[in-house]
Ligand binder design. Structure first.
Ligand code: 5RP
Length: 235
């Protein structure tokens, strides 16, 4: 499939998401190329919302489209959070953080009443993590200790190095990014709990239990909407 087909699939899915914006006032925005497609699609509907971004990348994109973004420090809850993912499995579990923004993405996700994720069907996998490593944000001065601890537990760890540098990518929040792969056969829940338990790890890109609605753009032009929670039953 071509890049254009994937982009059309994402745009079709983004159009379907517009209906969820009607009653929302505070809107959280993820990071990445799918979110950029969503922003371009939803620009008119977003113009009068309070927008909160998960990354400087998204602030820059939104501003380039003429959308004002509010600092996350000014909000304590969001009506809706909209993002994408790198991999999603049938239980709605996700690997995120390809753009290194998973810490703020998880924080905004956790503060939203409704969480909607847009993907093209190429991101569906039988079980996470599948092909992608899990991005992990680490306190920079704890890097060697965290890496050794994870390796002792059987993880493989790769510092995310930007081109032309030897030091790892530093996130918007000041953490170093490493990409880790767990030992074979570990359940996603076990991986998540293990990463949560290591001092020095700020956050990681395994998102479990955060997907309310998954909107999947298919390459044949169709859109599938999967609901993981009874939204009306939510407080
Ligand atoms: C950024 C993310 C993105 O949602 C993920 O990497 C997907 O990006 P794209 O839409 O560019 O494929 O988690 O931290």
């Amino acid at each position: 499939m071509s890049k254009e087909e994937v982009e059309i699939a994402r745009r079709n899915a983004s159009i379907r998401v517009l209906e969820f914006l009607d009653t929302a006032r505070v809107v959280g925005l993820g990071t990445g190329s799918t979110v950029e497609t969503f922003l371009r699609t939803a620009i008119d509907k977003l113009a009068d919302k309070v927008l909160v971004a998960s990354s400087i990348d998204t602030v820059i994109t939104a501003r380039s489209l003429g959308l004002a973004v509010t600092d996350s420090i000014s909000v304590d809850r969001l009506d809706i959070y909209i993002d994408s993912a790198d991999e999603v499995d049938p239980l709605g579990r996700m690997v995120k953080g390809g753009g290194g923004a998973m810490t703020m993405e998880k924080i905004l996700t956790s503060a939203a009443t409704l969480r909607v994720f847009i993907i093209d069907e190429l991101k569906l996998v039988p079980r996470v993590p599948y092909m992608k490593p899990i991005p992990v944000e680490v306190v920079p001065r704890a890097l060697s200790i965290v890496k050794k601890k994870l390796e002792d537990m059987g993880f493989t760890c790769q510092l995310r190095i930007p081109q032309g540098k030897r030091a790892p990518v530093i996130s918007d929040l000041g953490g170093a990014i490493i990409d880790v792969s767990p030992p074979r056969g570990w359940e996603p829940e076990t991986i998540s709990q293990t990463l949560d338990s290591v001092p020095g790890i700020v956050e990681h890109g395994l998102f479990i239990g955060y997907t309310d609605i998954l909107v999947i753009g298919k390459l044949d032009g169709k859109v599938e909407v999967v609901t993981y929670r009874n939204i009306r039953a939510r407080p």
